[in-house]
Design a protein around this ligand. Structure first.
Ligand code: WTA
Length: 649
């Protein structure tokens, strides 16, 4: 039987104690949500959240799509993640940190409380960071990044983490958009045994702009030499010891913004996705319990970077809210060799391992039998996220890493959804490889056409979420119109705008959902989202470029890669165009935006009205046959020339 057709039943030994242990149990929950949506969520909100003051309404839809959850409730996320665990988990490891070079640090919940309180005091008292102020984090994967996030939530500041792979220009844009007051960074950290630097990127960003920044707090990690701007830069390590070990937390409203996280869309500049306090933390915790089936003595490892939503929800907030031991890893899973991740699973007796298909493909390719060298018997659940997982990668993950004992939870979700949306439940869902399966209890997904008609089985359509859910995006920072336009303007059902994810999906006869991929102009490279418009805007900044079009090409390891067509200005001699444009992309966006293919073409295929025919360019990049009629193009002969160039690339 081929992997695609085979159905993998949950391991009965595991299912026995699972939080949701059968499809009956799943449907019982889901039907309750269908019958009494607010009652469903009320039950969990009352059970899971340490409310400091009661909410008065579960869901306020009066100003849709600006939904409000648990209105007027008061809570604090750092209390939910730390303080409330201190009675019975003070000496349990909260964060298990492993450095790139192999050193291990175990931080208990009591120690975490101390670090977070001190950092909160530092921000509040030394730098006057107040409730509602924005703090940008440009941090490596070290415990101080977690302290900084939680310290912000403690005092009600809104953090905006910028992934360390972004350039100074991208960092500056994000600082300016959020009008941040403080940047927290580190001199750098270690990767593959060598120090790398971050602080200089912050320096460059603040040379270019970022006027709102009053202070830069620098954690010393690798102690490499750095520039120091007197009056602006402050040494965390020197200041932190003298901070008071207790810091009363702010009472936050359910709907106060918890954090911003910038992500790419199909148009314009990156969007500051704004998440709320109560709804976000509730779902982060619930999905830890349902999808990862967290138990008291589990050790949970999500390999993401905290610069992405997966790191926010499943390294920090979800695991800590659930009182788990969460692993934080500074390095890369391929250093010193392809066994690093498996050695870590063995050494720390990791029970849930959560990573991206790209990483699985790379580890598979580098070491087919590598997992067999280690004792991986502690593993119970394997997870994947960020892009569709292909059958060979799935099979290897299941058989060789999981020893055919562990459920694979293929979790579909987005920066905007805050937490998992569609995923198998490890003790309940019979799994079809490559299928995200069913929406989680409480989540109402539908596959629709643009006019809101439900697609029949095996007909691909638009993946929509038709009811608001607690951890949904609340706004795009400073741009409510764009929020409505980006998510609630493409698809209407029964006269009401519904959330459209930008992904296409298809349901089979049994109701299983498979994600087809983005239907908008967003490329997914190694699980990183990038808007083609954003890449095009960056390339256009170069003086040599007359026209540019960015599309994606399938890539064996990365899933997709960036493919760029460039028309140069007349008279310009083309020399090493690829290197040049990639330099531009690195400086405008960052390393992650580097293109695999950059080809110079004499022109782009356009309609007579001047519109670029992207579908043709997409087909050419994929080396597919062109099915559209090209005779109506302004210059049909150009297509042949582009095809020739693309084949050479
Ligand atoms: C894609 C990451 C297939 C999808 C959490 C989505 C997936 C985008 C899956 C969000 C999956 C995420 N199967 N595709 N299991 N999970 N995606 O915002 O296209 O970085 O819209 O959030 O990744 O990427 P983001």
């Amino acid at each position: 039987m081929s992997t695609e057709k085979h159905i993998y039943q949950p391991n009965p030994k595991f299912a026995k104690d699972a939080a949701i242990n059968s499809m009956d149990a799943y449907w019982k929950l889901q039907n309750k949500a269908i019958e009494d949506y607010e009652g469903f969520w009320k039950g969990f909100a009352d059970e899971k959240i340490d409310w400091l003051s009661a909410y008065n309404k579960v869901l306020d839809e009066s100003n849709a799509p600006f939904y409000k959850w648990f209105t007027e409730g008061r809570l604090n996320v750092s209390n939910q993640c730390i303080d409330r665990h201190l009675a019975d988990k003070a000496h349990k490891t909260a964060i298990l940190f492993e450095g790139d070079r192999g050193e291990v640090e175990e931080i208990t919940y009591a120690q975490l409380a101390l670090h977070v309180n001190r950092m909160a005091n530092l921000l509040r008292h030394e730098f006057n960071v107040q409730k509602g102020d924005r703090v940008v984090l440009y941090m490596p994967m070290i415990p101080e990044a977690a302290y900084a996030m939680l310290a912000c939530t403690r005092i009600g500041a809104v953090h905006s983490i910028v992934f360390g792979g972004f350039s100074s220009e991208a960092l500056k844009d994000r600082i300016e958009d959020a009008e941040a007051k403080v940047v927290i960074t580190a001199d750098g950290a270690y990767r593959k045994g060598k120090p790398y630097m971050l602080k200089q990127v912050v320096d460059a960003a603040l040379e270019q702009g970022g006027e709102s920044i009053e202070a830069v707090i620098v954690v010393k990690r690798n102690n490499e030499p750095i520039e120091w701007v007197e009056g602006r830069d402050h040494n965390y390590n020197a200041l932190i010891e003298s901070q008071h070990s207790e810091c009363p937390f702010e009472l936050m409203d359910s709907e106060d913004p918890l954090f911003l996280l910038y992500t790419s869309g199909s148009t314009g500049k990156p969007k500051g996705v704004q998440h709320s306090t109560a709804g976000y933390i509730l779902w982060a915790q619930m999905t830890m319990e349902w999808v990862f089936d967290i138990k008291d003595d589990d050790v949970f490892w999500c390999t993401a970077d905290i610069g992405w939503i997966t790191g926010h929800t499943y390294i920090i907030y979800g695991p800590l809210a659930a009182g788990t031991t969460t692993v934080m890893f500074e390095g890369v899973p391929t250093y010193p060799d392809a066994g690093r991740a498996w050695k870590m699973v063995q050494d720390h007796k990791i029970t849930q391992f959560y990573t991206a298909p790209t990483a699985i493909r790379v580890l598979h390719k580098m070491g087919e039998d590598e997992p067999k060298k280690y004792d991986l018997s502690s593993l119970k659940i394997l997870g994947t996220v960020g892009e569709p997982i292909d059958p060979p990668a799935w099979k290897w993950y299941y058989e060789t890493v999981g020893n055919s004992n562990c459920a694979i939870v293929d979790t579909w979700w987005q920066t905007e959804t805050g937490g998992h949306i569609i995923s198998p439940l490890p003790g309940a869902t019979p799994i079809k490889p490559g299928c995200a399966t069913f929406p989680l209890p409480g989540i109402m997904t539908e596959i629709l056409s643009y006019d809101g008609v439900v697609k029949k089985a095996s007909e691909p359509g638009l993946l929509c979420i038709t009811k608001p859910w607690p951890s949904m995006i609340r706004n795009i920072w400073g741009d409510p119109e764009r929020y409505v336009k980006a998510y609630f303007s493409d698809v209407e059902k029964d006269g009401k705008a519904v959330y459209f994810s930008g992904d296409g999906a298809v349901q089979d006869e049994d109701g299983y959902i498979t994600i087809v991929g983005r239907v908008d102009d967003v490329i997914n490279v190694s699980g990183h989202r990038m808007g083609t418009a954003e890449i095009e805007a960056a390339v256009k900044k170069d003086d040599h470029v007359a026209e540019v079009a960015v599309v994606s090409r399938p890539h064996e390891l990365k899933g997709e890669s960036i493919f760029i067509y460039i028309v140069l200005k007349e008279g310009h001699i083309n020399k090493n165009i690829k290197e040049h444009i990639n330099e531009v992309l690195c400086s405008e966006i960052g390393n992650i935006a580097k293109a695999d293919h950059i080809i110079e073409v004499p022109g782009l295929p356009k309609t007579r009205s001047g519109k670029i025919m992207r579908r043709i360019l997409r087909s050419i990049a994929k080396d597919e046959e062109i099915t559209q009629d090209i005779s109506t193009l302004e210059d049909p002969s150009i297509v042949e020339e582009i095809i020739k160039k693309a084949r050479e690339a």
